[in-house]
Design a protein around this ligand. Structure first.
Ligand code: FAD
Length: 395
C-alpha cells in the first residue's frame, strides 16, 4: 500500500509541499485539507489596499492540484491524534489517517494582546494581515476618508508575517494620499526601533512623500497598548491619537491547529528540526511556513514555498527509509515604494544539523544609490516573481 501524507493548509507552504510530493514520487497518496474553496494571496495585497489592484487578481483555485492527483478535502482540521496518527475534520464524520503530516496553517492574530483589539474591533480597525475582506475593509476606509484625515498603521514586535510588509503598505497608502488626499497624514506606530530595508524605505519616503509619513519607533512612544474601536482611538503610553483610518497589525502566533496539536512552544510558534522540518515536539508532524520557527528566515511566501518543497523531499526520503539532507536556501522579499518602483532584500541560509543559519556575506538589499531605472526594473521583477510563485504553488 502507498504511504499517506496529509497536509493541513492550502497556502503557499501547503500547496507547494503537495505539488512537490506529486513531483518526486508516485508512491505516496497526497491529501490536502483546506477549508476555503479559493486561496487569497497576501503578497501584492497592499496594492489592493491602496486601490491599485483588484482583489480577484489575488484569487487562486485548487483545480490545478486536483488535476495532478492530489486529493483536496474542503474542510477544516479540528484535531490531531498523534498516537493514532489521524486528523479530525470539522464537517466529516471520518478522520483522515496519515503516516506523516505536514502543517502549514499560517498565522492567527493574538486577539487581546493590544487591549480592545479583538475580532469585532478588526471590522472597524482592519489589520489587513490576511488578504480578502480585511484588505477590502481597509481600502474602503481609505476611500471614505476625507482629505486632511489621519491614517495610523500600528506594527507589532518581531516575529510577525512579512517583516517589510507594513512599510510597503505605508508607502502605497502614502502614494494614494499624496495623489488623492494630499492634506492627510500617515503615522506609523512601531513596537520596534528599526525595521527591514529601513534606509531604502526612508530614502523613498523622503523622495516621494515629503513629510506625509511620520514613523515613531518604540523609543519614541510608538508602542500601541490599547485601542477603542468605537471612536478609532489609538493609545500609546503618552498619547491618544484619534485616527480616521486605523490599520492595527496585531501580534501573531501560529495558526490555532498547531497549538491544539501540541507542536507550539511558549512563544506560540513551532520549533522544528531545520533539515527535516519535523516538529521538535511531536513525531511524524512537520511544520513549514509562517507557523514554523525558521529564524533567521523571515515569515514570507517565498520562504513558505521553498520550505514546502524541501519538506516534501524530506518526507519522501524518510518514508523510503533514507536520511534527510541539508541544503542552501534563499529568500527574496520585494516591496513597492511607489506603484511602479520597488526595492528588495535577499538572504541566503543553510539548514545543516537541524539548525537554520544565515550565510554571511551573501544576499543583501538593493543599493541605496541605484538609479530610478533600477527601482523600476525591480518592480517588474516583483510582478514576475508573483506570477511565478503563484503558478508554482497553485498552477
Ligand atoms: P498561509 O498562506 O496563510 O496559508 C495557510 C492556510 O492554512 C490558509 O489557506 C488557511 O485557510 C489554512 N488553514 C489554517 N488553519 C487550518 C485548519 N485548521 N485546517 C485546514 N486548513 C487550515 N511574502 C512574500 O514572500 N512576499 C511578499 O511580497 C509578501 N507580501 C505580503 C504582504 C502582506 C500585506 C502580508 C500580510 C503578507 C505578505 N507576505 C509576503 C507573507 C506571506 O503572505 C506569508 O508568509 C505566506 O502566506 C505564508 O504561507 P503559509 O503557507 O505559512 O500560510
Amino acid at each position: 500500500t502507498k504511504a499517506r501524507v496529509v497536509i493541513i493548509g492550502g497556502g503557499f507552504g501547503g500547496a507547494s509541499a503537495a505539488q512537490m510530493l506529486r513531483d518526486v514520487t508516485p508512491n505516496i497518496e497526497v491529501t490536502l485539507i483546506e477549508p476555503k474553496d479559493r486561496y487569497i494571496a497576501c503578497p501584492f495585497s497592499n496594492l489592493v489596499v491602496s486601490g491599485e489592484r483588484d482583489i480577484t487578481a489575488q484569487h487562486f483555485h485548487y483545480d490545478g492540484l486536483r488535476a495532478r492527483g492530489i486529493t483536496v478535502i474542503q474542510d477544516k482540521a479540528t484535531d490531531i491524534d498523534p498516537v493514532k496518527q489521524t486528523v479530525r475534520l470539522s464537517n466529516a464524520q471520518h478522520s483522515v489517517p496519515y503516516d506523516r503530516l505536514i502543517m502549514s496553517p499560517g498565522i492567527n492574530m493574538r486577539w487581546g494582546a493590544i487591549e480592545g483589539y479583538n475580532e469585532a474591533a478588526a471590522t472597524h480597525m482592519p489589520h489587513g494581515w490576511t488578504a480578502g475582506q480585511q484588505s477590502q475593509f481597509l481600502a474602503a476606509q481609505l476611500q471614505a476618508m476625507e482629505n486632511g484625515g489621519i491614517c495610523v498603521i500600528s506594527v507589532p514586535r518581531a516575529p510577525y508575517r512579512c517583516p517589510p510588509g507594513p512599510y510597503e503598505r505605508a508607502s502605497l497608502i502614502a502614494y494614494y494620499l499624496k495623489t488623492q488626499k494630499p492634506r492627510s497624514k500617515l503615522i506609523i506606530l512601531d513596537a520596534k526601533n528599526s525595521f527591514s530595508k529601513q534606509a531604502l524605505f526612508e530614502q523613498a519616503w523622503a523622495e516621494h512623500y515629503g513629510d506625509l509619513i511620520e514613523w515613531r519607533g518604540s523609543a519614541d512612544d510608538g508602542i500601541v497598548s490599547r485601542v477603542d474601536a468605537d471612536t478609532r482611538a489609538v493609545f500609546t503610553d503618552f498619547e491618544t491619537i484619534k485616527a480616521d483610518v486605523a490599520n492595527i497589525i496585531p501580534p501573531q502566533m501560529a495558526g490555532s491547529i498547531a497549538a491544539k496539536s501540541g507542536v507550539t512552544d511558549s512563544t506560540g510558534w513551532c520549533p522544528i528540526d531545520a533539515t527535516s522540518f519535523e516538529s521538535r515536539l511531536q513525531d511524524n508532524i512537520h511544520v513549514i511556513g509562517d507557523a514554523a520557527i525558521a529564524t533567521p528566515m523571515p515569515k514570507s511566501a517565498f520562504a513558505a514555498n521553498l520550505q514546502g518543497k524541501l519538506c516534501a523531499i524530506a518526507v519522501a526520503r524518510l518514508l523510503s527509509g533514507l536520511a534527510t539532507e541539508p541544503t542552501t536556501l534563499t529568500n527574496t522579499c520585494y516591496s513597492y515604494v511607489t506603484p511602479d518602483t520597488a526595492v528588495s532584500i535577499t538572504g541566503v541560509y543553510q539548514n545543516n544539523d537541524g539548525q537554520f543559519t544565515q550565510v554571511q556575506g551573501a544576499g543583501g538589499t538593493s543599493a541605496l544609490d541605484n538609479p530610478r531605472t533600477s527601482r523600476k526594473a525591480e518592480a517588474i521583477q516583483a510582478a514576475d516573481w508573483f506570477t511565478a510563485i503563484t503558478q508554482d504553488a497553485f498552477g
